[in-house]
Design a protein. Structure first.
Length: 276
């Protein structure tokens, strides 16, 4: 089997603070080290299980957090940005996807570093009336390509969000319990390494027997993106295809699910430049 790993940072072992996930901040060295720790645990478990190949996509922020020299021979790393499919770039033709270090969507209670793509810009995202975070939208992209999501790791809130959307056959791996946005009851790296290894092998057992969930929606698609400020919505309105339905909310309609990726990415980029 060909296994794909999308590796984010906020949901990784021990991470609780914005300074741990931002390049240049004092805590970033710890954050990148924990992202690598969890990703390596998943890679090693997949190879030990018998995966034919493993592709890792660095999916956090600038997407240059993972050192390729730290991975075993034969593992492919997708690094850098921009990428057409962003956090799931390169997932095509894989047999199963694993989302590592994911976080809950914006507005989730007791969720470590909850946000949806950009914490200072995005208030919420819906597709066909369903609220989605990064887990849900990336799972939709995987599903459109016929790739099941076998496992999600992160804090307890991220795992609950994933399970509620993808169903009971999804394997989740909670690495910490959120007490608030910037606090959590955490586990040691040794503990989480064991948890990840066990979860990955369980997930690949399910995927190999066709039991992992594939998330799909029927076209047409209507995406709804709400911003924190009207100034941000003003700026996002410059993106072709956008329709404003309220002071802070834009919508976009399409027959192609992947056009939503281009639209919201461009909208967020424009909105992030707005002056309040």
């Amino acid at each position: 089997m060909k296994i794909y790993i999308s590796s984010d940072m906020e949901g990784s072992t021990g991470i609780v603070s914005p300074e741990q996930v931002k390049f240049g901040q004092q805590g970033y060295a710890f954050g990148s080290r924990m992202q690598l720790h969890d990703t390596l645990a998943a890679v090693r478990a997949a190879l030990s299980w018998g995966a034919d190949s493993v592709t890792v996509n660095d999916s956090h922020d600038r997407m240059i957090n993972l050192d390729p020299s730290m991975f075993p021979s034969g593992v492919s790393l997708i690094s850098g940005t921009p990428k057409i499919l962003g956090m799931v770039e390169g997932v095509t033709d894989h047999d199963a996807a694993i989302f590592m270090g994911y976080h809950a969507m914006a507005g989730t209670e007791k969720a470590v570093l909850d946000h949806t793509y950009h914490s200072k810009v995005v208030y919420g995202l819906k597709v066909n009336g369903i609220r989605l975070g990064e887990t849900g939208l990336n799972a939709l992209f995987c599903g459109a390509l016929g790739v099941p999501v076998a496992m999600v790791s992160g804090d307890t809130a991220a795992c609950l969000e994933a399970s509620s959307l993808l169903g009971g056959t999804l394997v989740t791996c909670a690495l910490k319990d959120g007490l608030g946005r910037n606090s959590a009851l955490t586990k040691t790296p040794d503990e989480t390494s064991d948890l990840i290894s066990e979860a990955v092998k369980k997930a690949l057992d399910a995927a190999s027997s066709g039991r992992s969930p594939v998330l799909r929606m029927e076209a047409p698609f209507r995406a709804e993106l709400s911003f924190h400020t009207t100034a941000q919505a003003d700026a996002a309105g410059m993106v072709p295809g956008s329709e404003r339905i309220s002071g802070r909310t834009m919508v976009f309609s399409t027959e192609d699910i992947f056009e939503i990726r281009r639209w919201y990415s461009s909208s967020i980029d424009c909105a992030s430049l707005a002056e309040d």
